[in-house]
Design a protein around this ligand. Sequence first.
Ligand code: TXA
Ligand code: MG
Length: 372
Amino acid sequence: MPAQILSATTNNIALAAAALRAGDVVAMPTETVYGLAGVVFDEAALTKIFGVKERPTFDPLICHVPPKTAEQTSWLASLGEQGLVDDTQLSSPARERVEKILTAFWPGPVTLVLPKQARVPDLATSGLPTVAVRCPRHPVAQALLAAVGQPLCAPSANRFGRISPTTAAHVQAELGDRITFILDGDACAIGIESTVLLVERDGRVWLLRPGGLAAHEITRVTGVPIELRSFSSVETATPIPSPGLLASHYAPRKPLRVLDQPLAQMSEAALLSLFETLPPGARIGVLLAQSETELCANLSLHLYAVLGPEAELASIALSASGDLAESARRLFAALRELDDDPYVDTIWAEQVTDDGGLGHAVNDRLRRASHP
Ligand code: TXA
Ligand code: MG
C-alpha cells in the first residue's frame, strides 16, 4: 500500500508522533527539504531509516531538535539536556562561538557538528565522536518534534544518492512503497539542504556542506572572525570529516552535464560542437539559470541542423529573472521534472551565479548530480 499523505492537522501530527514513538519512521517537511524521521535514541528506528533509504551506515544522520524553551539558558544547554551534545569537550571560546551562531540562525537552515554525548547511538553518527544537530524553522517540523518530545534523526527523504524531495509528492515517488506516513507541509521554502558546519574543540569552524545559509552570513551576523574552510581543502585528511559528502549525490537517473558557460554566451561554433557530443536524434532537457526565449528558438535551429529532425529540446528555467532564492527553491523539482520527462534522454544544466551563498549551494548540487 502506498504511503498515506497526511495534511498537517493537530490530529494527524499526533498520529505521526505516535507512530514515531512506537518506533516507526515518518516523512516530515522542513524548510530545506523533506526528511525521513525516526527517534534518535531508538536504534531500531535508525536501522529502518538506513534500510528505507538504502543508505550506507558510514553516512551519519542529522538530529533535529525543537527550539529551546524560555527556561533553558542557552542553546548548548538545551542540546545537553536532550542528551545530544557534550559541551564540556569544547573550549570556552568554542562554546561562545557556537552559541552566537545558534542564537543568530536557529531555528533555520544550518547544522552544527559538535562533540556527542555517549547516549547518542553510534548508528546516528556512524561511530564518529561528533553529532550533527539542527533546529528546523518549519512549523510542522516543530509541531512534530514537540508532540514526540524527543529529538529526531532525519536525513533527506530520498533513496540514497538521488534527488532530494521538496514536496510530499516527491517523497511519495521516492519512498511511497516503503513507509506509512508522509506529513504534508507544502513545498519547502528554501529547497536546498542546510549548511553543515563542524566546530572544533578550539573553536575553528569548517564548512562541510554549502547549503541554505551563506557562509558569509555567519561571519557577518555573528561579528566574530570565523575561519571558514571548505571541505575540498581537507579532502585528503583522514578520517574524512564528513563521510556523507560524496562526489556523486542528488543524481537524476539520466546523464547530467553541467555547462561551463551559459548557453546564451556561447559562440555558434561552441554550441555546434556541444550538440556534436550527442548522437543523432538526441532528446535534451536543458536546465536554464534564467528564461531566455530567443535563446531557445536559436538552440532548436542548431539542434535540428546537427542532430536531425528526430532531435528534441525541452527547457526549464530555474528563475525567470535569475533570482537565486527562487532557483534554490525550484532546483530539485526542476531536476526531477526533466528526469521524469519521457521525451528527455540527457540533461544539460547551466550554472547559476555564484554569490557564495545559495548560488554556491545550487552549483554544488549540480556538480554532484553530474558526477557519474
Ligand atoms: O537540510 C537538511 O539538513 C536536511 C533536512 C531534512 O533537515 N537533512 C539532510 O540530511 O540533508 P542528510 O542526511 O541528507 O545529510 C546529512 C549530512 C551528510 O552530508 C553527513 O555526512 C553530514 O550531514 N553529517 C552528519 N553527521 C556528521 C558528523 N558527525 N560529522 C560530519 N558530517 C556529518
Ligand atoms: Mg541527503
